[in-house]
Design a protein. Structure first.
Length: 141
């Protein structure tokens, strides 16, 4: 994994003409009480339970930091993935998906916002930031 992605605690990045998608994987099973405005979420499974920080808040910050690192001023979206079979109460929050739903979510976008040249620029920016190289921060047009 890229040192930059490890530093930002991002599990994966999808570069596509329809956007740049950052993926943060959460490894909880069972039932999750997801209060999108709350600081903590509650996960319970077979008599055990635990609280964990609201991953949506952290995911937005991580996506923003990645956008700054690669010079993307727009089109960076955050996705939080959970193990297949997780049940959310009172309902599944936006930007939360089962692992198997990520490709469908990425393909849901149909309007191109990045050219292939811009994607190459972002890829180079990601590589340069990951390896501590100097890079010009001019946006590809």
């Amino acid at each position: 994994m890229s040192p930059l992605l490890q530093e930002l605690d991002i599990d994966g990045v999808v570069l596509s003409p329809f956007g740049i998608f950052t993926c943060v994987c959460i490894h909880h099973e069972g039932d999750i009480e997801a209060n999108i405005s709350g600081e903590m979420w509650h996960a319970s499974k077979e008599g055990s339970s635990q609280f964990f920080l609201n991953p949506l808040n952290a995911s937005k910050i991580r996506a923003s930091k990645l956008a700054d690192c690669i010079g993307a001023s727009c089109g960076v979206r955050d996705i939080v993935t959970f193990n297949n079979g997780v049940r959310f109460y009172p309902g599944r929050p936006a930007n939360c998906f089962d692992n198997s739903q990520v490709p469908i979510e990425v393909m849901r976008y149909t309007q191109c916002i990045f050219s292939h040249e811009q994607l190459r620029y972002f890829e180079q920016g990601l590589y340069a930031a990951s390896h501590g190289l100097n890079q010009s921060r001019q946006t590809a047009s």
